[in-house]
Design a protein. Structure first.
Length: 260
């Protein structure tokens, strides 16, 4: 019997999603008036859902059910591919005000959509937000990252080939939120962290990462060359250790002691 590592399983999931994406888009072209037949909590048009708690803004091509299955967090929306449209952002703003979540987990494209929803000026609610592998500076939207309330954070896996750590750090700086690196997680795999800081995760200084010329940034599109085990990702994972917040605080403490 064959045994797969966690990384191999994540890679298979990513490959399957890439293959399934065209068929998923084709299914979405079915009659939009067809009645919803799933769990009522996964119906983004259902007003009778529990208020408060943690809710997710889904990534590209995801349904609320898919998001809940992977993260354990119910989803607020269906998410197509492509640029965030004004009507989509407005609908999310209205849905957040309807559900009144205590915390929102914006995953990948969902982070860009959340930013766009805030930018509409129509969202009265101000939930804490966890930006999970955030695509704030990718191709999905040019909406600015809004200041985030207390309890917010940014998380990124050190095996993420889609979102550069430098872009995640820019999100953290703009939001005024702490940033955490989760070892071993890829872009898809981080969903299984459920928006939490997993054991082994460590806090880094996002301002230092943004200012570090040796931290890579592969732009609005594309992925890191060489994949999850290539030189770009492995080099980034090593470089980010220079910006561990605890390490910087210890160094500053030692400096102060020596200066007395």
């Amino acid at each position: 019997m064959s045994h797969f590592t966690d990384e191999e399983i994540t890679a298979l999931i990513e490959q399957a999603e890439e293959v399934a994406a065209p068929a998923r888009r084709k299914r979405k072209q079915k009659d939009p008036a067809a009645p919803f037949t799933g769990d009522p909590i996964d119906n983004p048009d259902n007003p009778d859902v529990p208020k408060g708690g943690k809710w997710g803004v889904t990534g590209m091509g995801q349904t609320p059910e898919m998001f809940r299955t992977r993260t354990g967090v119910p989803g607020l929306n269906k998410s197509p591919s492509g640029r965030v449209k004004p009507a989509e952002a407005q609908k999310l703003a209205q849905r957040i005000d309807q559900v009144q979540p205590d915390e929102v987990v914006g995953y990948s494209r969902g982070a860009a959509l959340f930013n766009a929803a805030k930018a509409t000026g129509q969202m009265k609610s101000s939930p804490a937000v966890t930006y999970m592998a955030p695509s704030s500076y990718r191709t999905w939207s040019d909406a600015p990252v809004p200041p985030a309330p207390a309890g917010s954070k940014v998380t990124i896996g050190d095996k993420d080939t889609l979102i550069p750590m430098k872009q995640a750090a820019k999100t953290a700086v703009a939001a005024g939120a702490p940033m955490y690196v989760l070892p071993g997680f890829s872009h898809v795999g981080i969903m299984y962290s459920k928006g939490e800081v997993t054991p082994g995760g460590f806090e880094v200084d996002p301002q230092e990462i943004v200012a570090d010329p040796e931290m890579p940034d592969w732009g609005k599109v594309g992925v890191a060359k060489g994949g999850k085990d290539g030189p770009v990702i492995s080099g980034q994972a090593e470089r980010v250790k220079q910006h561990v917040k605890e390490r910087r605080m210890v160094a500053e403490f030692v400096r102060l002691l020596l200066s007395r």
